[in-house]
Design a protein around this ligand. Structure first.
Ligand SMILES: Nc1nc2c(c(=O)[nH]1)N[C@H]1C(S)=C(S)[C@@H](COP(=O)(O)O)O[C@H]1N2
Ligand SMILES: [Mo]
Length: 406
């Protein structure tokens, strides 16, 4: 008979400390067993996410939406994707929160409490599209490492805050300022306080736009913890990695910010097109700025069935980084011909736009609906896959849903 092994005294002491009360019968715990109270919490409950969201990683927490969950005009928290590089902070005290603006290019370092930021500067509200640079990564071949996002690492929530520009004007910046970098309180996965999970930023031209916010509200309420409570940088239209959560500092830099995940190959693509699988030197990788034009059919859900003769109303959203979407089309013949959708103007700059169309199918059978957006400079989404890049960023291929007419 196999002898049952029990945990050691020292492990039990650590577990008791973590749970906070005595583990009665603790010495009877099988050696490899982790008490339920110490197992990973259920992220859907923890972050108030819908059960249909897709969990991609537990360490760090990463979760995406399915296309049909993104049907709302303004994305509610329950359908908003989660992308973390480190650990979600615990025990945040918003009462004591402050933001320090520092760096080579400020006249004088200054700290604002959250309350000061809220009372001193005018508040603005914008709907802002935030898409992870790696959204769509799962389709690249050869595959790229990292979260295998399908189409759901995008959101458009309504953000309220003060303008980054107003705050920088208040503190005063030098003429040589070219970039800002953000500093946040989330810990590296290793819990080593000397390591930073992420510290990215943006050039002054982006930072000084009206819509670049130091946000303290999302959809009219405090920002949910996992999305950056109590203060977040929000820069719509750029890779969402620029929008630093749990913000405690901003550095105004006289050079391109060199924080974690700014350098090397992170959030960069080859400056020039490369063949699939080709090795690219770091110096030939360029920082991703505006996100490319893209669209998402959010109704119906892929796999929908309709009866012969029935018309199908489709709808969804389209966005184009810093640009506007100028044209929206759909195809039911695998891209051979395209028909126009009706397309709304954005509510404000950098908000996604809504489209719809009514489709008639010629006969019974299997179809796919492909959606294609074209931006204000005339660039359209590629049909199946854009140029390959080593880290699997910027897949803005046409989205496709399957339909059966029976
Ligand atoms: N402090 C901090 N900010 C961060 C991140 C992070 O890990 N830590 N991840 C970034 C990345 S890569 C993305 S795509 C977005 C995701 O935002 P969301 O989780 O609110 O959807 O946050 C960005 N801001
Ligand atoms: Mo991201």
């Amino acid at each position: 008979m196999e002898r049952r092994k029990f945990i050691s005294k020292s492990v039990l002491v650590a577990m008791t400390g973590a749970i906070g009360v005595e583990i009665v019968y603790g010495l009877k715990l099988p050696e490899t067993y982790i008490p339920l109270a110490l197992q990973n919490p259920n992220p859907f409950e923890l972050f108030k996410k819908d059960k249909e969201m897709v969990l991609l990683n537990e360490r760090p927490w990463n979760m995406e939406a399915q296309a049909h969950l993104l049907d709302d005009r303004i994305t509610p928290n329950k359908y908003m994707f989660i992308r973390n590089n480190g650990l979600v902070p615990e025990n945040i005290n918003a009462e004591n929160w402050s933001l320090t603006i520092k760096g080579e290019s400020v006249l004088k370092e200054k700290t604002y409490t959250l309350a000061e930021l809220k009372s001193k500067f005018k508040h603005y509200t914008y709907q802002l599209t935030l898409e992870c640079g790696g959204n769509g990564r799962s389709e690249f071949n050869p595959p790229a490492k990292g979260n295998q996002w399908n189409v759901g690492a995008v959101s458009c929530a309504e953000w309220t805050g003060v303008r980054m520009r107003d705050v920088l004007e208040d503190i005063g910046i030098k003429n040589d300022a070219v970039y800002i970098g953000y500093h946040a309180i989330d810990l590296h996965l290793s819990r080593d306080p000397n390591k930073t999970p992420i510290s990215r930023g943006a050039p002054m031209s982006k930072v000084l736009q009206d819509e670049t916010l130091l946000a303290f509200q999302m959809n009219g309420a405090d920002i949910p913890l996992v999305h950056g409570y109590p203060l977040r940088l929000v820069a719509g239209g750029w890779p969402a990695s620029v929008s630093g959560k749990w913000l405690e500092g901003i550095s105004v830099r006289n050079k391109v910010h060199d924080g974690a995940k700014m350098t090397g190959t992170a959030y960069r693509v080859p400056c020039n097109t490369v063949a699939p699988g080709e090795k690219v030197a770091d110096k030939d990788m360029c920082i991703i700025e505006s996100m490319p034009v893209k669209s998402l059919i959010t109704y119906p859900k892929t796999g929908a069935m309709i009866t012969d003769g029935e018309k199908l109303n489709i709808r969804g959203h389209a966005w184009a980084g810093e640009l506007e979407v100028a044209k929206m089309e759909y195809s039911i013949d695998f891209g051979a011909t395209w028909k126009t959708c009706s397309l709304e103007k954005p509510v404000n700059r950098l908000a996604w736009q809504h489209f719809n169309a009514q489709i008639t199918f010629p006969k019974k059978g299997y179809y796919e609906i492909w959606s294609r957006a074209t931006d204000s400079k005339g660039t359209a989404q590629p049909m199946l896959i854009p140029g390959w890049n080593p880290k699997g960023y910027l897949n803005n291929a046409c989205q496709r849903i399957a339909i059966k007419v029976t």
